[in-house]
Design a protein around this ligand. Structure first.
Ligand SMILES: Cc1ncc(COP(=O)(O)O)c(C=O)c1O
Length: 395
């Protein structure tokens, strides 16, 4: 029979949080600055269509990332779709399955087939050695994902792409503010795509941006995100509507001004979690390369059931009962979601590391909405569960 105890206090454990502690609560910059910007925007009556805030945001992002072109978009999913089309991608594209489903959907949406390659269990990113096994005559591109903001070995992928004459794009949705060998992510491959969704550490409510050093590609992307318009009455490409609004850019600019504060807070939280979760058998935290720039937005914990005596799923269930809304990531893995599960029913056999990590990994709350006292309590709860795993684990 299943042991269904979820109330830790009744077992002599720490008290539950009285309010829910969420993963991905938005960081909010200077409210007055945001309101002033919105007020100016309303006075100008320029709410969309490449307004002054969007132009300023694009310029500031390009400067910060050290990249030639930055094109702001309504979100990263549409940005990925547009980049793939603008780069002439067709047929098959190699992607990880250990990612948010949008990476694959952006391709499948336009009938380009995502081919899932396995990841390196240490970096959680595409394993370069796996990529070449999946290249066929139909392959036209690779999309690497910088999972948790850890670079998806861009220099190695650039070599593979060049060798096989493939396009190379990066889903950098997690990776704003991160570097590789001292160079900011944003300028690698043919193009990179950032997300400024509310849950990202730097947000524009919803939003995204494409960065590239390729002039011709940048021009095509600009047209395509604006219905293909190349002049007032001239349409040269099939296009869509990927434009960022002025209010989103106002939020993006305001977030950008608080970037250092957001990163410092995330780093402090990361260190508090590292200290609080140290030496719990079977519970390990993903660590970041502190010699490079990182945004520390994801507190990633792996649960090894054999050692911890409790499964990741049961741990998440117990944490939820304590109002700690930890999330399973990336669960169940894109290859086990539709339509991919039906298209590739045996994909899992080729993705052992992806399957394992998607069963073991969870993320914990961080960001400016969480403070070190909260974190100490979250860690205390996890420690208590681990110490009482035999009694608390579902039999
Ligand atoms: C890895 C990854 N790719 C793509 C996306 C899609 O971004 P957006 O919500 O801006 O469309 C997200 C996040 O939401 C993501 O985490």
């Amino acid at each position: 029979m299943k042991n269904v105890v979820t109330d830790l206090a009744s077992q002599g454990g720490p008290p539950a949080f009285t309010e829910k502690l969420h993963v991905g609560r938005p960081n909010i910059g200077d409210r007055e600055q945001l309101m002033a910007r919105i007020s100016d925007m309303l006075d100008r009556r320029w709410l969309s269509n490449n307004g002054p805030y969007v132009q300023e945001f694009e310029q500031k992002l390009a400067d910060y990332l050290g990249v030639k072109h930055c094109i702001a978009m309504c979100n990263a999913t549409i940005a990925l779709e547009i980049v793939a089309r603008a780069a002439g991608v067709t047929g098959e594209v190699i992607v990880p399955s250990f990612t948010f489903v949008a990476t694959a959907h952006a391709l499948q949406w336009q009938e380009i087939t995502p081919i899932f390659a396995d990841i390196d269990p240490n970096t959680h990113n595409l394993d370069p050695e796996q990529i070449e096994k999946f290249i066929t005559p139909r392959t036209t591109a690779i999309i690497g994902v910088h999972v948790w903001g850890t670079p998806c070995v861009p220099d190695v992928l650039e070599q593979i792409a060049a060798k096989h004459n493939l396009k190379l794009m990066f889903d950098a949705a997690h990776a704003f503010g991160c570097s590789h060998n001292g160079q900011m992510l944003g300028g690698f491959g043919d193009a990179e795509v950032f997300s400024f969704h509310a849950t990202k550490f730097m947000n524009s409510f919803e939003g995204g941006a494409v960065t590239t050093n390729d002039d011709a590609l940048a021009a095509r992307i600009r047209y395509m995100k604006n219905f293909g318009f190349a002049g007032y009455d001239q349409v040269d490409y099939v296009g869509t509507n990927g434009k960022m609004t002025e209010v989103a850019a106002a939020m993006g600019l305001t977030s950008l001004e608080s970037l250092d504060h957001f990163i410092a807070t995330n780093f402090e939280n990361y260190k508090a979690y590292q200290a609080g979760l140290a030496d719990i058998p079977g519970i390990s935290m993903f660590s970041y390369d502190e010699n490079e720039k990182r945004n520390y937005q994801y507190i990633v914990v792996e649960v090894d059931e054999a050692q911890a005596g409790i499964s990741r799923n049961r741990l998440v269930e117990l944490l939820h009962a304590e109002n700690i809304l930890a999330r399973r990531y990336f669960y169940p893995g894109v290859h086990r979601m539709e339509p991919y599960a039906s298209l590739f029913p045996h994909a899992g056999m080729l993705l052992p590391n992806t399957q394992k990590l998607s069963e073991q990994t969870m993320i914990l709350p961080t960001g400016t909405a969480v403070n070190p006292t909260d974190i100490a309590q979250v860690c205390q709860v996890i420690r208590f569960i681990a110490a009482n795993a035999a009694a608390l684990s579902a039999a």
